[in-house]
Design a protein around this ligand. Structure first.
Ligand code: TNX
Length: 530
């Protein structure tokens, strides 16, 4: 009995060892061209075999200091996707097989800051870039090549991808003013941008319905101005400590945070908090009265625009704005502060121009550059002010004539808060209904005629939050359109077409489900049902 059970055990181990050995050496033929990568890379050269990822695969970095985050990030994301726990290593001896190598050793001007080269053989994955930012973008490609969920055997198609972006600014805006979204929601939104290689998050921090950023010298702005939101629900604000945490979270992932203080219109929450900002000494209630908060005098819970304005001809206004910008500039490492400037319908034109010129000068005095909605083109632009096109082609022409750079956010194409069609459960439609293909089929360089390509700063897809009450609502509007804006910003127009894109997008449905993203299952996309 004893002898025979040992023999059985012996054969059992032989069998197990053999099956491990054969399963490791077996390479499933795979086609890297079918990797469904979004945004589409500049070049893919497929070699038809596969790399097997298993618990022994190590993640090696050649520079432990600059690449520690990349390395840890990659192992965490691999773990989330397929459950493997890979070891992170660094040192002089580059592994020769069975590893993922993240290297910043190349010096290739073609790749720029964000480009990368990903070479996958049967034995090794080699991801190289000029710096850690390029490696981080390349990691997103590698992650997309993995299965979206737990698998018995994890294989990656072999070949080489060489990639770099068309535009240096590829962003989205999140409105945390109309409805308040807290740090964890903002971080989740940052993760979405990261997966699709976007690099800017513009935070719309103030509006009529709420002031969402702590200002220490004028505490009531957030403490009072942040009390409520559209519909009268509980508002909230981000403390400076939390803001710094968001900036750090974003920076580690090579995402730039651009904060916006919208003015001189869209300021009811500020006016209600500090009557010093009004000309009359108290916030006017000119929006429909039934939408003014009963609980909190002066605060507005409706969705009309254009009724509020800062008092532009008193110094007190500029003192407060200066303090606000100074505090914000001190905690914003990026070069831009957005000063809004849209829809100031209650500000006289000459007052608007005077105000926006002084606001730009204040931003400059704190070492930053201004971004403004396209109306700002009507003012004397400071050197470096970027004009964000959303509505008026006339303002675009003026901006171009003044030599300004243009950030392209045409409401008819790029507004993530527009409904997909008339049946969409949330969203607005004042600009257009934007189905997934409509959102994809345009290009920043030709959307407005007679704009030279050199004037295009990049692309941004704003998500206004009048109708979004929670993260599910945000996800429903952002997905599946957001990856399309990411591709418009990354992939040259000549390499893009909807019929090719929609197949890749369909394959991402599985990822959306794995990430519990509440996406809109548009019938224009050939989703695969599993
Ligand atoms: C216009 S776009 C606005 C926002 C609204 C948005 C809703 C822009 C600069 N102003 O105040 O939230 O439409 O789609």
């Amino acid at each position: 009995m004893r002898y025979s059970s040992n023999t059985n055990l012996f054969y059992f181990f032989i069998l197990i060892t053999l099956s491990i050995v054969t399963s490791c050496s077996q390479r499933t033929p795979m086609d890297l061209n079918k990797g469904n990568i979004i945004p589409k890379p500049r070049s893919i050269n497929a070699t038809g075999s596969s790399f097997v990822l298993n618990a022994e695969t190590q993640i090696y970095v050649d520079n432990a200091e600059t690449q520690n985050f990349n390395s840890q990030y990659l192992s965490k994301e691999i773990n989330k996707l397929v459950g493997l726990r890979l070891e992170n290593i660094s040192g002089k001896n580059t592994p020769e097989s069975g590893a993922i190598i993240l290297s910043v050793a190349v010096n290739d001007s073609q790749l720029g800051d964000e480009g990368y080269q990903l070479s996958i053989t049967e034995d090794l994955i080699n991801l190289t870039a000029n710096g850690p930012q390029g490696v981080f973008r390349g990691i997103q490609t590698l992650l997309q090549l993995l299965p979206a969920s737990l698998q018995e055997k994890v294989e990656i198609a072999t070949g080489t991808i060489i990639d770099s972006p068309e535009y240096g600014y590829r962003g989205s805006m999140l409105d945390v003013a109309r409805h308040f979204f807290d740090v964890s929601s903002i971080k989740r939104y940052i993760d979405f941008l990261v997966y699709y290689k976007m690099n800017v998050l513009h935070l719309h921090l103030t509006d009529d319905q709420g002031w969402r950023i702590e200002i220490k010298s004028w505490p009531k702005l957030a403490e009072y101005g942040g009390l409520t939101e559209v519909g009268g629900g509980k508002g909230g604000f981000i403390s400076q400590r939390e803001y710094i945490e968001i900036v750090k979270y974003a920076a580690e992932r090579y995402i730039l945070i651009i904060p916006e203080i919208d003015m001189p219109g869209h300021t009811q929450a500020a006016l209600a908090s500090y009557p010093e900002l009004t000309c009359e000494g108290q916030a006017r209630m000119v929006a429909s009265i039934e939408e003014m908060s009963i609980e909190f005098p002066g605060l507005y819970t409706g969705t009309e625009v254009g009724f509020s304005t800062l008092c532009t001809d008193q110094e007190m206004t500029y003192k407060i704005i200066n303090d606000v910008i100074q505090e914000l500039a001190a905690i914003t490492p990026g070069p831009y502060i957005h000063i809004g400037g849209d829809e100031s319908h209650s500000t006289k034109k000459e007052d608007y121009i005077y105000f926006m010129e002084r606001a730009q000068a204040i931003v400059t005095s704190h070492g930053k550059k201004s971004l403004g909605w396209d109306e700002i083109a009507q003012t004397n632009l400071e050197q470096g002010t970027v004009v964000q096109f959303w509505d008026s082609e006339e303002n675009v022409a003026i901006a171009v004539s003044k030599g300004a750079q243009l950030l392209m956010s045409p409401a008819k194409k790029a507004y993530l808060d527009m409904q997909y069609d008339s049946t969409s459960r949330i969203g607005l439609h004042w600009a257009a209904y934007i189905e997934v293909d409509d959102g994809y089929n345009w290009d920043p360089s030709i959307y407005v005629p007679n704009v030279p390509k050199e004037s295009i700063f990049g692309i941004e897809a704003p998500l206004w939050a009048e109708t979004t009450e929670d993260m599910d609502d945000i996800e429903y509007l952002a997905f599946p359109r957001l990856p399309g804006y990411a591709e418009i910003g990354w992939t040259p127009l000549s390499d893009r077409n909807w019929d090719d894109y929609k197949v890749r997008l369909a394959a991402h449905g599985e990822r959306f489900r794995a990430m519990e993203i509440d996406y809109y299952p548009s019938d224009r996309v050939p989703w695969k049902t599993d």
